[in-house]
Design a protein around this ligand. Structure first.
Ligand code: KG4
Ligand code: ZN
Length: 336
């Protein structure tokens, strides 16, 4: 089974070829970050139009790099949701047209399932079942993954996602959108403990998250102060430590509650080095192993969609939602 994967749910056009036996054969990505930067966030219409421009050249490049002729592709997988509906429809129409022309099956993949399965692209892939922490720009959730398609959401953010909190705080610190990685780099030069921000929701039981209060605490700390570079680095470090502490404690609780022996971390914030180190320690203390995608596959990409599509097709699992694309598609409705 060899699958062409296509990701267009937001502001990255991702294309990859995944082979069930040989593994990942190629992957190509075009990020629209520079285009959206002037607006301080993703402009949906611009995102859709850019996916239209990028898809065909990226598919050609990915097939070329894989040395895979169209006839050697067994199926096309694309992100069917959740995401920006216009952007999703570009990928859906493209993937379905290609599959039709090639007379091959097509499958609509859940974007978050792609993220959850991304660590399976690595050399030491986790076996099912596992506990997953999904931390991206749009989602923060703990998911009990019993098997492919068997997902139980244990807790999620009541307000901002972790990545959103990183991006909004980065903006307060004068960093360009999306500031998550830039904030993390700034935090490396900051002193631990110079600023102590609240650890949201740690004072009560449960696996829910809340990050909007933390962002407000940073805003209050910055108010009326003209901080120099090292002062801003201290604030960034204080913010990052608060997010990492919070995520680590919730993972510790979830590992204890579920008894799972593997912890998977996925989504854009999973690229954060300090978070990776801390969660490695949390897993070890719980007697569990920790699994991370390489940083490049934490953020949106086509490889995770090709892989998820391949696993589903191999299993004869369902082919996605009854409609080509769904802007809102709860993870526990994905089916198996
Ligand atoms: O998974 P993703 O590419 O997109 C969504 O599906 O949402 O995640 C993007 C998010 C952004 O909020 C970005 O700022 C954040 O991941 N991010 C990071 C880092 N790299 C990316 N946040 C913290 N530290 C990083 N190193
Ligand atoms: Zn994503």
């Amino acid at each position: 089974m060899r699958v062409l994967g296509i990701e267009t749910s937001c502001d990255e056009t991702g294309v990859a070829v995944y082979d069930a036996v040989a593994g990942l054969l190629s992957h190509r990505l075009h990020s629209q970050v520079a285009m959206h930067q002037a607006y301080g966030g993703v402009v949906p219409e611009l995102a859709s139009r850019d996916h239209v421009r990028r898809l065909l050249p990226l598919v050609r490049a990915a097939l070329g790099e894989a040395g895979a002729a169209p006839a050697s592709i067994d199926a096309v997988a694309y992100t069917a949701g959740p995401g920006l509906i216009g952007a999703l429809l570009v990928g859906a129409s493209f993937a379905r047209a290609l599959a039709q022309a090639w007379s091959k099956p097509v499958i609509g993949v859940h974007h978050l399932e792609g993220h959850l399965l991304a660590p399976l692209l690595e050399p030491r892939p986790p076996a099912f079942p596992f506990l997953a922490l999904l931390v991206s720009g749009g989602h923060t959730m703990l998911v009990d993954v019993a098997a492919l398609g068997e997902y139980r959401v244990l807790g999620e953010s009541l307000d901002d996602a972790a990545g959103e909190a990183f991006d909004k705080t980065a903006k307060l610190l004068g960093l360009p959108y999306p500031g998550g990685a830039a904030l993390a780099a700034l935090a490396e030069r900051g002193r631990a403990g110079a600023y102590r921000f609240p650890r949201p929701m740690l004072d009560r039981p449960g696996l829910e998250f809340s990050f909007s209060g933390l962002k407000t605490a940073v805003r209050v700390a910055l108010r009326g102060r003209a901080l120099d570079e090292s002062g801003r680095a201290d604030v960034a470090r204080g913010f990052e430590d608060a997010v990492v502490d919070t995520l680590a404690e919730k993972c510790r609780r979830a590992l204890r509650a579920t008894g799972r022996e593997r912890l998977v971390v996925a989504g854009g914030v999973g690229a954060n080095q300090r978070l990776r180190e801390r969660l490695g320690g949390v897993a070890q203390e719980a007697g569990a192993s920790a699994h991370f995608p390489r940083p490049q596959f934490c953020t949106d990409n086509g490889a995770m969609i090709a892989l998820a599509g391949c696993l589903r097709l191999e299993r004869g699992a369902n082919r996605g939602p009854p409609v080509p694309a769904r802007a809102n598609w709860p993870l526990d409705e994905v089916g198996n």
